[in-house]
Design a protein around this ligand. Structure first.
Ligand code: ADP
Ligand code: MG
Length: 317
């Protein structure tokens, strides 16, 4: 199978929404009038972002999910994406399920594959995604204000727990492991929630490297600090429910690979946040508040300070 057969067989489908898709030198996109394009790229490298043994169908899902999650964090609606693939060989047993997992999630979000590039090399998957958002209304990292609530969607820490089981540093019963593994391998990007939070949230980010580090980017961009409630944060782990509270806190704060949204909103918007979450079919939890004083602090239910080392993932640290 040659390069062009491979593209035609697995990745070329008739364009539906875009004026021009796979097959020419460029794709053409047509964002609606009054909309801004939201653009994001993510690179997934075998052995670094995913294990070599990962099921290709799940890998296809995850590669697009992490990009959709970036659009969600900005409140953008997905339009289209491109796929840059470096492959060690053209293996139909890998390509067919990879394309199925990828395109099933793409269809679920009405996001078209409109182009890409294919080359031989180590397994690396790069996706650039395009979405649209009404001009001036994208959710940014810089909008958090002192007094705002801090919220997160879904659950945190279970993806990291599954990774630790794969690494052999922790063990879980079969059922808990299956659930945690699903969180690691099949993240559900919060695309509907992100759009519903436009005009409600003051700032947002998606959680890829761990809550503490990612929320830290919001705090830095907004010039504020935050105090998080440790019981609320530790309660966000599900598969790890039987672990000691400190372990659950560490997993939820520093785990990574969650692909949930962390966002801030004024206290006056609590009902609007809940309505957005209900409409999007995802639970949200209030975990703390934004302070004028810089830095990220932890406190218990009685308001006493709690001290933990907060480490987040950094490729070059
Ligand atoms: P060019 O040489 O102009 O860069 P290519 O020959 O690399 O174009 O690709 C031919 C067509 O196939 C282009 O429209 C390109 O966008 C598309 N394409 C290449 N690889 C992929 C891929 N992995 N997924 C989707 N489309 C692809
Ligand atoms: Mg090319």
């Amino acid at each position: 199978m040659g390069e062009f057969d491979l593209i035609a067989r697995y990745f070329k489908r008739p364009a539906r929404r875009s004026p021009l898709g796979v097959g020419d030198d460029c794709a053409l996109l047509a964002p609606a009038a009054g909309m801004q394009l939201a653009v994001s790229s993510d690179l997934l490298v075998e052995g670094r972002h995913f294990l070599s043994t990962m099921d290709p169908r799940r890998l296809g899902h995850k590669c697009l999910a992490v990009n959709l999650s970036d659009l969600a964090a900005c409140g953008a609606r997905p339009l289209a994406f491109t796929l840059a693939l470096s492959l060690p060989q053209a293996d139909a047993r890998w390509l067919a399920p990879f394309a199925e997992g990828l395109l099933a999630l793409a269809d679920a979000h009405d996001c078209e594959l409109v182009g890409g590039d294919t080359t031989r090399g180590p397994l690396v998957i790069g996706i650039t995604i395009f979405g649209e958002v009404p001009a001036g209304s994208a959710l940014l990292r810089s909008g958090a204000r002192a007094g705002d609530d801090v919220w997160v969607s879904g659950t945190l820490g279970d993806a990291r727990l599954a990774l630790e089981v794969f690494r052999g540093t922790r063990s879980l019963a079969a059922e808990g492991f299956a659930a945690a593994r699903e969180r690691l391998e099949l993240p559900q990007p919060r695309v509907a929630l992100g759009q519903a939070l436009r005009g409600v949230a003051s700032a947002a980010i998606d959680l890829s490297d761990g809550l503490a580090g990612d929320l830290g980017h919001v705090l830095a961009a907004s010039g504020v600090g935050a105090t998080l409630q440790v019981e609320a944060v530790a309660g966000l782990t599900v598969a790890g429910a039987a672990l000691p509270a400190d372990d659950r806190l560490d997993l939820a704060l520093c785990g990574g690979d969650d692909y949930e949204l962390a966002f801030t909103a004024p206290t006056s918007a609590r009902a609007a946040v809940q309505a957005a979450a209900t409409g999007a079919g995802v639970a949200v939890t209030r975990i703390g508040r934004i302070d004028a004083e810089a830095g990220l602090r932890l406190a218990d239910a009685a308001g006493r300070p709690v001290h933990r080392r907060l480490a987040s993932f950094d490729h070059f640290a």
